[in-house]
Design a protein around this ligand. Structure first.
Ligand code: SF4
Length: 464
């Protein structure tokens, strides 16, 4: 367990910093598509690493809004609108496919949202069918779907399996009905244990259960029960996310403000104790917030420095591909940069139905961004990075490099003094406490992050 001083140190560095699902983070994707030359970015992505393709479909519809939600999703759209949207994603695929190298294999397909299992399954089947008939989808490609467990039953798991899905992730968040009611979420009708059992029997692998801590009415004690029930449900992976409270971005979160919520000290205790319990139960920590059973491919990749991270979470380097994302607000994550589709559904639908990709904002990576991305991804995937080796890249300006190294080392000094990381020459490694503060350690290498005093308003949630 944490010593009091260990928790104090982690609390000291519980800063409001990006989650670094991408580097640079999404708020920096502000270039116009023409300026970032997004079409070139896609064409050139065919010739660079990672060499596979990952396809992401964003399904931005939910039957009701969870009050903690931080996603791009819409509530209450009629069936005809949803049908039009799903058919438009097929048209978007028609626009994208001619730009891709068909010899590159698709190793990952992911349906996220929103709630992809809330729409008629025929739409999902149509997209998978079109993908398989147009591109080379690997025989063992991972085809994953994020599910609301309240809308899932055993028959639906079998239907998903018959359509080609082989991994599912269910957002339980907590097992306590009082917590779920407070956040406007419904209790699963079918026990997650049965869902995972049937999925495994069908051949699904890497099945995940999401939990969130920091929600109303949760305490250290109540979350201990949530962790025990999550383990007992039998997933291969458990994701443990801190509730990201950003009411200045997501106004509906303001409705949680008057409810009793764990203070920072208790949130830290929950994070610490949950990590210990999961490890005691045999789960291997994966990066910042994921845990996997030792024979799961993520745990195997973690042992061999083979982890990769994208907006869809952690995956193995062997599966990692250029991510081509379809749907409103979806972000393609390519070697040379990021491209975000129109967030507004009507703008997205109009663009694609007029025969254009709906690129709205983008970010073209500069050589220095790629170098920083290597360091931050190293810390968040492997818990370690080689600093100067990451900067040994073509096109890096020598003055920028010198100034960057000086600034990063100065930022790191207090973190090293507090024992969150060890710097050995060019090599930096997180310590046990440092894993809880990995976002703070990563932020020491982020040259775009303004000091808090210079920020006009908070941009990010706290790390824990
Ligand atoms: S199910 Fe997910 S995407 Fe939908 S409202 Fe809840 S948290 Fe948001």
């Amino acid at each position: 367990m944490a010593t009091v001083s260990g928790l104090d140190i982690i609390q000291k560095y519980n800063w409001q910093v990006p989650r670094y699902t991408s580097y640079p983070p999404a708020p920096y994707f502000t270039q116009a598509p023409g300026e970032a030359r997004t079409t070139d970015m896609i064409l050139r992505s065919n010739r660079v690493g990672p060499r596979h393709a990952s396809i992401y479909f964003h399904v931005p519809f939910c039957p009701k809004r969870c009050l903690f939600c931080g996603c791009h999703t819409e509530i209450g759209r009629p069936g005809a609108f949803i049908r039009n949207y799903m058919e438009t994603m097929e048209r978007e695929l028609d626009l994208l496919i001619p730009m891709l190298d068909r010899n590159r294999s698709v190793t990952q397909v992911h349906f996220g949202g929103g709630t992809p299992n809330a729409v008629p399954f025929a739409y999902l089947e149509g997209l998978i069918g079109k993908l398989k008939s147009s591109l080379t989808v690997d025989a063992d490609a991972e085809i994953a779907i994020e599910c609301d467990p309240n809308l899932l039953n055993l028959e639906k798991v079998l239907e998903l399996g018959a359509m080609g899905f082989n991994r599912l992730s269910i957002g339980i968040q907590d097992f306590d009905p009082k917590v779920l009611e407070a956040v406007n979420r419904r209790f699963p009708k079918t026990a997650p244990k049965d869902i995972f059992r049937v999925a495994r029997e069908w051949g699904f692998k890497g099945n995940n259960l999401d939990l969130i801590y920091g929600l109303p009415y949760q305490t250290t004690e109540s979350f201990r029960i949530a962790i025990a029930k999550a383990i007992d449900s039998g997933p291969d992976r458990i994701s443990l996310f801190p509730y990201a409270h950003v009411p200045w971005v997501k106004g509906h979160q303001g409705r949680l403000q008057d409810l009793p919520m764990a203070g920072i000290q208790e949130r830290l205790e929950i994070a610490w104790e949950s990590r210990e319990s999961l490890m005691h139960a045999g789960f291997v920590p994966i990066g910042m917030d994921h845990f996997a059973l030792p024979d799961d491919e993520l745990a195997i990749a973690a042992r061999t420095h083979g982890l990769h991270r994208n907006f869809q979470g952690y995956c193995t380097s062997a599966r990692a591909g250029q991510v081509y994302a379809l749907g409103a607000s979806a972000i393609s994550q390519l070697h040379e940069g990021y491209i975000q589709n129109a967030k507004d559904l009507d703008r997205y639908l109009s663009a694609v139905n007029e025969g254009r990709l709906s690129h709205e904002t983008a970010y073209r990576m500069r050589p220095q961004d790629m170098a920083v991305r290597n360091i931050i991804n190293g810390l968040l995937c492997d818990g370690e990075a080689r600093i100067e080796a990451s900067l040994d890249a073509e096109g890096l300006d020598a003055d920028w490099k010198r100034e960057y190294l000086e600034a990063s080392k100065a930022n790191l000094t207090p973190l090293l003094a507090d024992g969150l990381a060890i710097l050995d020459g060019d090599f930096i490694r997180l310590t046990g406490n440092g894993h809880y503060a990995s976002r703070a350690v990563a932020s020491a290498f982020d040259p775009m992050l303004k000091p808090k005093a210079e920020q006009d308003r908070p941009r990010y949630s706290q790390a824990l």
